[in-house]
Design a protein around this ligand. Sequence first.
Ligand code: NDP
Length: 288
Amino acid sequence: MSINEHVTEGCDQYAVFGNPIQHSKSPFIHTYFAKVTQQSMSYGLEEPEVDSFEEAASAFFANESVKGANVTLPFKRDAFEFADRLTERAQLANAVNTLIKQPNGEILGDTTDGKGLVYDLTLQFGDLSGQSLLLIGAGGAARGVIEPLFSAGISRIHVTNRTIEKANFLVEQFSQFGELSASALDHLPNQGFDIVVNSTSSSMTKELPAITETIFDNASIAYDMFYSNEITTFNEWAKNRNSSIKTSDGLGMLVGQALESFRLWRGVTPTESEVLALINELKAQLSN
Ligand code: NDP
């Protein structure tokens, strides 16, 4: 089902595919990006039935004015299958969140979540070079961020997950990019970490991963990929253990991944101060 009838003659068309998708912030974000960079485009919402992504995406891309799309849950793997060609980072992540129509009509699949995390961490906390990172969780989001974090200069990553097999699998996949290790949540290495990233969905249900809170003692940053209108359960826990730790939720990551999609589609990006203004506006919207 197409929620927004967003086909406007004479301008390039984009949309985000997901189910459910009504509460997506992507149309607001991309409309803002288009406005500040003076791009003539529109961006809508597409909500196919969960088993109808291919049909819906084919119909959408058949329109000549359609130039690209974002894809979110539960369709990231369907988009991976749908794309005619994949970037290396999409192949590594095994998922696609950005589809780009090429001049020859081919659909290129890419993933921008990892860039989004690196963008937000760097924007808020500066250069990541030489920092060690504990990555809690080994799901789809974790898989997409390991290579971009190493590319940004992170020196060492330890992955820990409730289901240890998934953490071990990530080590097999990504060891070629840097110093990477894995363990169960209750078997962490003795060394501390500069940055602790929660890529589990635990904060969604106000739960905490079953891991020791000493992980925050030597860390300067706690980052929860989940975002909400109040401090996340994970970040509150980090602050209670270490009052000097800086915390962030994943709102800036969401904006960062959108920024990278927008750059791939349009070849331009808003300025840093325009991005910061958007993040502040989104925070204000969330708290209302
Ligand atoms: P997946 O379903 O692929 O993975 C979920 C992960 O969370 C698994 O590692 C799972 O462990 C773990 N988990 C879930 N509940 C618990 C719990 N109670 N205790 C410990 N571990 C738990 O989800 P994604 O990787 O796609 O997303 C993870 C989070 O990241 C979500 O909150 C999502 O909103 C957020 N996200 C944010 C983005 C942003 O732009 N800000 C982008 C993408 C994701 P196990 O393997 O043992 O089941």
